[in-house]
Design a protein around this ligand. Structure first.
Ligand code: NAP
Length: 474
């Protein structure tokens, strides 16, 4: 069995205690993982704090080179990295490969961004009394950044924090989810091989409940960048004080299907958007509002396509749907299905278990508003389809949510598309695509309880800098 170490100040450090990491699908123990304690948090923050001056002086071309090298190493080792992912979070292998390729691209975007940290000149003579001044801005690194990441895209979502942090010349303490520590330790190895100076990246594995507060409240940490649940995000915001905070939280993403000519395109995209990685995606399609004129046809085609998804071992090349991250999640969503049915919803497909770890793709219709399935984040292969009379009703239903991360609409009408783009309360709107569409350089981040601040490499790199103003008097 693989015994892992913490990564602190460029050293692989043993912990006092370890936990057994189990693969979600097979339930086999795949590694012994260190449980960081208070002293490790102190050492990691100290190392990141001490190495901040090294990063501040490192030229942009060197920061870019390190990021490019990590990207290349990931591509060279794509199969190995994808296998780690499949083992630790049960992502089907074909989707795991896509995540690794995307991660390599995310680091390349970050390398490009390292060389784009422009300032601007300020027309000082626009103000009376400042005619003799010349003013400009520069962007400086913040210093130590605490990065806390979730289980579902452990490579790429860590890259959305490490990439921009290094591009902007910061140092990092990374705390990955307890279920996905192996990817974080693997990426630390690649950064080491790429020549990142000691102390710049530190990885603390172990329980967020135990070390999270210490990380978030330490005054040497200048920014907390968090991706995860609303509950933890709220706590981080409360504890972070005056630190900069970025929160990328959950959602129950809606998609509207208008009376479109090409219903098959909407069906195919909704299949991908609802069931990719068993719905454990923050922008997974959870609520579909289909126009009443095409409702029956859409539902029939959608259910039939969902039925052909392949369920099973994530290591099999053909698998589309596999185990949820923990069996307790299976129990939770099964209760939600029962609740929805008891309140009037109809089960169209699934609802049963493939095995104790895996829920079959599930579709319901006519789900009432006051159900967990409508109001909370399912994070499972469950989606509902409700009929709507017109675009006004669809937008009203879609907006009736505490969340607002991304939304989608399929329509053949430019007027309807523009109306939806203006009126949907969401961080991003995808016209003729599902909310699940994301590429890694676009601005991305939620409104309402879906978060605070934007990711997307350009945007997060900027958030990880301080804008300094300089004036010269002639
Ligand atoms: P989670 O339970 O909130 O955990 C996220 C991270 O926070 C983990 O590393 C966790 O560590 C840590 N954590 C737990 N308690 C903490 C505390 N008190 N202080 C600091 N950190 C703490 O989320 P998850 O189950 O891994 O991920 C699923 C959630 O992430 C969903 O809500 C999903 O929508 C959201 N998500 C959002 C985006 C986005 O971009 N908006 C992307 C992906 C996922 P432990 O694992 O040790 O508890």
């Amino acid at each position: 069995m693989d015994k892992k170490n913490l990564y602190i100040n460029g050293n692989w450090v043993e912990a006092n205690e370890y936990y057994e990491l189990k693969s979600p699908y097979s339930q086999e123990v795949i590694a012994n993982v260190p449980l960081a304690d208070k002293s490790h948090v102190e050492e990691a923050i100290n190392a990141a704090h001490e190495s901040a001056s090294i990063m501040k002086k490192m030229p942009a071309h060197k920061r870019a080179d390190i990021l490019l090298k990590v990207s290349a190493l990931l591509e060279e080792n794509l199969e190995e990295a994808a296998k780690i992912l499949t083992l630790e979070n049960a992502k089907p292998i074909k989707a795991a490969r896509v995540e690794i390729s995307r991660t390599a691209q995310t680091y390349r975007f970050a390398a490009e961004e390292a060389k784009q940290l422009f300032g601007e000149t300020i027309p000082m003579d626009a103000a009376k009394g400042a005619e003799d001044k010349f003013g400009f801005t520069i962007r400086e690194p913040l210093g130590v950044i605490a990065a806390i990441t979730p289980f579902n895209f452990p490579f790429n979502l860590a890259a959305h924090k490490l990439g921009p942090a290094i591009a902007a010349g910061n140092t990092i303490v990374l705390k990955p989810a307890s279920q996905t520590p192996l990817s974080a330790l693997y990426i630390a190895e690649l950064f080491e091989r790429a020549g990142l100076p000691k102390g710049v990246l530190n990885v603390l594995t172990g329980s967020g409940g135990v070390i999270g507060d210490l990380l978030v409240s330490d005054n040497r940490v200048k920014m907390v960048t968090f991706t995860g649940s609303l509950e933890v995000g709220k706590r981080i915001k409360e504890l972070a004080g005056l630190k900069r905070v970025t929160l990328e939280l959950g959602s129950n993403a809606p998609v509207i299907i208008d009376k479109v000519q090409d219903l098959d395109r909407a069906v195919n995209k909704c299949i991908q958007g609802s069931f990719a990685y068993s719905g454990q995606v923050c922008i997974s399609v959870q609520r579909i509002y289909a126009h009443e004129d095409i409702f029956d046809e859409f539902l029939e085609k959608f259910a039939s396509a969902a039925q052909s998804l392949v369920i099973g071992n994530p290591q099999d090349e053909k698998t589309d749907i596999s185990a949820l991250i923990h069996t307790k999640e299976v129990t939770r969503v099964t209760t939600w299905i029962d609740e929805a049915v008891s309140k009037g919803a109809t089960k169209v497909l699934g609802g049963e278990l493939y095995n104790p770890e895996t829920l079959l793709p599930t579709i319901l219709k006519n789900v009432p508003r006051q159900t967990s399935l409508c109001t909370l984040e399912a994070f499972a292969p469950i989606v509902f389809v409700n009929p709507i009379k017109d675009i006004n009703e669809a937008i009203k239903e879609a907006n009736d949510s505490q969340f607002g991360l991304q939304a989608g609409i399929f329509t053949d009408s430019i007027q309807t598309a523009l109306k939806a783009a203006r009126e949907l309360e969401s961080g991003g709107i995808n016209v003729n695509d599902v909310p699940t569409f994301r590429v890694d350089h676009m601005p991305y981040g939620g409104v309402k309880n879906s978060g605070l601040g934007k990711e997307g490499i350009k945007y997060s790199t900027e958030e990880m800098t301080e804008l300094k103003f300089v004036s010269f008097t002639s």
